[in-house]
Structure formats: structure tokens, C-alpha cells
Design a protein around this ligand. Structure first.
Ligand code: PMV
Length: 309
């Protein structure tokens, strides 16, 4: 039996603008993980993928081309280069909330690729894993920037510019984030598609907003590297206001942002595509214990505290 894992992620700064070539920052969230387990299957059965959390059992040779689980398994088996439908049982589980901007799709794909490569005793560097997962992300997202697969496969804070590259960067002083889930699923493909259509009609309105978001991501990177965490909260607040202007926030997200600030957070913003999903709040050790309750009272379905380091 071979087990492999991959973490969740959140985007700290720059969502949406990153699709239009501006920089963004994302960090792994190791408190929640996806897991893939590969075991030998019964002779002649081919590859079976079980995803009990999703209530799914996928028989590889019957699965549609656009089935996301089958797709990533096929991509991995093709890259390994052996039999394309070996007798295997792959079981996928995940503690990462689905469709909340936490990279659950990328994490599940990464865990599957890692487990299959380990099972066949092949080694694939993180870059190769990230590239394979990107191909699967196209199915989930339509037009992904590539930030999810990169941060999840490398498991490091990254500064990312689509089509140009990315860098792992140094966190001067570790800091705490509260991740508050609205409980509302949101489709990245839908939100990105909607903004894309609005952008086509009025690029002159959106480009300056994307520029401002990009400038915030640049400032945030040096703030984090220098360990000036007190300045980071202000940048998060500014980024949230710009996301509101892009019309990707919603009342539930705004309510959690306000509650986080009133509860003592140094700043807060939506994270990911918006119209649901998560709010992230920069918190101090002093409010760590009570912020969960504050956010739940404001409607959060779940609160995860993570340390960025
Ligand atoms: O909701 P998520 O975590 O999949 O984030 C989407 C981030 C976007 O910038 C809106 C899209 C992308 O592909 O980067």
C-alpha cells in the first residue's frame, strides 16, 4: 500500500488580477490535507478510483474523458509510461473543504500523482507534479492561472506571475491566519468566466483595479519578507475593497470580513474566487482562542487557524 498527501492552500493576495498577468501570493495550508492510497487490485479489474467523501467509484476504462479523477490518473499513468490500466485500487480522501478556494482539486490531484509515482517507484520532481496537476486543473477551472498546482505541489509560500514564473519567498516572521468558511460553495470557473465577460465589455474599468491589486501583492511580498506583519493587515483590507469593486465578494463574505476586524484581526479579505468560499483574517496570538467563536457567530461554518512560515 502506498500513501501520499498534499496540503490545501489559500491565496493571500492577488486573486483574479493574477488571471490578467498581475502577481499574486499563495501559501500552503498544511492543517488540512488530501490523501491518496494506492493498493494492488484484483487481476483483470483494471484501475478503480474510490472517493468515499464524494460518494464516487470510478472505473478507469469506463470513465469519461472529462472525469476529473480519471483524467489525473490517466495523465499520471501516461507519464509513468507503463501499463495504462493496471490492476489498482486508488482511494482518495480529503479534509480540505471543496469549492471554497482552498485548492482541494489541486491537492487531490497532487496526492494521486505522488501516490502513483511512489507506487511504481518512480521519482517526479515537484515541478513535474505541478505541470501534470495543471493539466487536470484546466478541467476544474477552465482558465486556471496555475497558482493552485504550484503552491500545492511545492508546499511553500509562492509569489506567482502567470506565464512568467514564480518564486518561493522567505517569511521573515511567521504569522497566523484564521480561515473562515462561509459554507457557500463557489465555482471558480463561473466567477472567473463572469468577470472575464465583464472585462471584455469594459477593460478600461478593470485594468486599473488589477494594477492596484498587483501593486498590493508586490508590497505584501516585501512586507512579509521583512517581517512587518502589522502592515500586512492594512494591505489585506485594501485588497478586499478592490475585490468588492470587481463584484466578486458577497454579503456573507463581507459580514465575515467585518466581524474579523471587529474581533481584533489586523486585516481581512476574501480569498480565492469569491461569491462564497473563504475569508482569511490576519490574527495575533492574543485573539487566537476567541476569533473562532467570533467568526462562527458571524456565520462561519468552519474556522481553520494556520501559521504561515
Ligand atoms: O478559488 P480558487 O482558490 O480556485 O482561486 C481562484 C483564484 C483566481 O485567481 C480567481 C483564479 C485563478 O486561476 O487564479
Amino acid at each position: 500500500m502506498t500513501l501520499a498527501y498534499a496540503p490545501g492552500k489559500v491565496i493571500l493576495f492577488g486573486e483574479h488580477a493574477v488571471v490578467y498577468g498581475r502577481p499574486a501570493i499563495a501559501v500552503p495550508v498544511t492543517e488540512v490535507q488530501a490523501q491518496a492510497c494506492v493498493e494492488p487490485g484484483s487481476a483483470g479489474n483494471g484501475t478503480i478510483i474510490n472517493a468515499p467523501d464524494l460518494g464516487r467509484r470510478v472505473v478507469l476504462h469506463d470513465a469519461a474523458d472529462d472525469d476529473p479523477l480519471a483524467h489525473i490518473v490517466r495523465l499520471a499513468l501516461e507519464a509513468i509510461g507503463g501499463e495504462q490500466d493496471p490492476d489498482l485500487v486508488i482511494t482518495v480522501t480529503s479534509a480540505i473543504p471543496v469549492a471554497r478556494g482552498m485548492g482541494s482539486g489541486a491537492a487531490v490531484s497532487t496526492a494521486i500523482v505522488r501516490a502513483l509515482f511512489q507506487h511504481f517507484r518512480y521519482w517526479l520532481p515537484s515541478r513535474g507534479i505541478s505541470d501534470l496537476v495543471y493539466k487536470a486543473e484546466v478541467l476544474y477551472h477552465g482558465r486556471p492561472s496555475g497558482i493552485d498546482n504550484t503552491v500545492v505541489a511545492f508546499e511553500k509560500p509562492i509569489y506567482f506571475v502567470k506565464d512568467e514564473g514564480w518564486e518561493v519567498f522567505w517569511v521573515g516572521v511567521p504569522f497566523l491566519l484564521a480561515i473562515a468558511d462561509t459554507g457557500i460553495q463557489s465555482s471558480t470557473k463561473e466567477v472567473v468566466g463572469d468577470l472575464g465577460r465583464r472585462y471584455q465589455g469594459d477593460a478600461g474599468k478593470y485594468d486599473p483595479l488589477f494594477d492596484q491589486i498587483g501593486a498590493i501583492a508586490v508590497a505584501a511580498r516585501s512586507t512579509i519578507e521583512q517581517g512587518h506583519i502589522e502592515k500586512l493587515g492594512h494591505l489585506m483590507d485594501q485588497n478586499h475593497r478592490l475585490l468588492q469593486q470587481l463584484s466578486v465578494s458577497c454579503p456573507e463574505l463581507d459580514r465575515l470580513v467585518v466581524a474579523a476586524r471587529e474581533g481584533g484581526a489586523l486585516g481581512a479579505k476574501l480569498s480565492g474566487a469569491g461569491w462564497g468560499g473563504n475569508v482569511i483574517a490576519l490574527i495575533t496570538e492574543e485573539i487566537r482562542e476567541r476569533i473562532g467563536m467570533v467568526l462562527r457567530l458571524a456565520g462561519a461554518a468552519q474556522v481553520i487557524i494556520t501559521e504561515v512560515r
